[in-house]
Design a protein around this ligand. Structure first.
Ligand code: SAH
Length: 347
């Protein structure tokens, strides 16, 4: 089973080469196939391709590496999807509906090895990376639920660390933005990282213009290490310096993600130090109260204290807003996505 070729891993020119070489078809047939693939069709639906070709394809290839096997809809309309990958692994995604469009939050790894103390995605460690075509498959599967361009924005903020799956992540961005494919604008894509500084710098060199979000959560190195093991490898200063470099290279304003944990990172002095760190930088801080993950025992900062923290930031001249928590009642909010099972292990 592991020998199958995932067709969504290829762009149109690669698919054309693959199809002409391996199935002796004319290039336009590869074009037809590609059109079906990005619409979310399976071989059985591809009625303008010959039956023999479809049979041969299904022996050797996977058309859709991702299937939606369960959908939960929250009171605010946010939908959480359980995606089954072609090999039986599962990841989750979340669709948030806004006035300007629909944002899909996708996963890039089954599990995660970053070990952030407050996050559900990392609880069982890393199982495997997703391929570029599998990440694209998440978008294709959800897009197929609506009319053309149903998904307008993609955020890489589901399970996994995109910069720990670097090559596939960059390839995915290129596939998603391919003109013959879903033709996404890079400006409608956000990549979130826990702060793997050298990879942030490498990303800055790629010539992409996706938005970069940095999960900081604490301006103090020692305290940050207590909640984020990656901080042992890269200091806050290194992370921010890499973020500044990303801005210099791409002109994209950096988003700093700051999750407030009660009594741990929500004081006046935290706000002051955060402001000092971001001084002179084109950055915006997204403040969010920690969403509950029962295994962690950590508590989010209450509304009143959260407002105060925002006021402190404002006072220090930092552009900051509170990010709405969406989909909490289906555990679809930030940090609540986890490796669940079809059997419903965590219900
Ligand atoms: N690995 C990447 C992508 C995950 S994005 C990263 O760390 O950025 C998920 C975002 O939600 C990150 O900013 C993460 O720090 C934050 N998060 C994790 N657990 C959370 C929780 N319980 N409540 C609120 N935010 C959380």
């Amino acid at each position: 089973m592991s020998e199958k070729v995932i067709l969504c891993d290829m762009d149109l020119s690669q698919l054309t080469e693959y199809m002409t070489e391996n199935f002796a078809v004319k290039p336009f047939v590869a074009g037809q196939l590609y059109g079906w693939l990005i619409k979310g069709a399976d071989f059985a639906d591809m009625t303008n391709l010959s039956k023999t070709l479809r049979a041969a394809l299904s022996e050797r290839c996977v058309a859709q590496p991702v299937k939606i096997v369960r959908t939960l809809t929250a009171a605010d309309g946010t939908q959480k999807f359980l995606f089954e990958l072609w090999d039986g692994n599962v990841v989750e995604g979340v669709l948030m509906k806004y006035k300007y469009g629909n944002t899909l939050c996708i996963s890039c790894q089954v599990g995660c090895r970053m070990g952030c103390r407050f996050c559900a995605s990392t609880l069982g460690g890393l199982v495997r990376n997703l391929s570029a075509g599998e990440m694209l498959g998440e978008v294709i599967a959800v897009n197929a639920l609506g009319k053309d361009r149903y998904v307008t924005n993609v955020v890489m903020m589901g399970s996994g660390e995109p910069l720990d799956n670097y090559d596939n992540t960059v390839k995915f961005i290129n596939l998603l933005c391919s003109e013959q494919g879903l033709n996404f604008s890079q400006r409608n894509i956000s990549l979130s990282t826990c702060g793997i500084a050298p990879q942030m710098r490498r990303l800055a060199e790629e010539g992409l213009s996706v938005n970069l979000t940095v999960s900081l959560h604490n301006p103090d190195n020692e305290q940050r290490r207590e909640i984020m093991p990656v901080a042992n490898a890269y200091s806050v200063e290194e992370v921010i310096s890499a973020a500044r470099y990303y801005f210099e290279k791409t002109g994209r304003r950096i988003i700093v993600e700051y999750t407030l944990i009660d009594g741990q990172n929500d004081s006046y002095s935290h706000a002051m130090r955060l402001a000092a760190l971001l001084k002179g930088m084109s950055a915006h801080v997204n403040v969010i109260a920690l969403n509950p993950v029962k295994e962690t025992g950590l508590k989010g900062t209450s509304g009143v204290k959260l407002q105060k923290f925002l006021q402190y930031l404002e006072k220090f001249g930092v552009s900051a807003t509170r990010r709405r928590t969406m989909g909490q009642d289906v555990e679809g909010a930030c940090g609540q996505l986890r490796r669940s099972y079809l059997r419903g292990e965590h219900e």
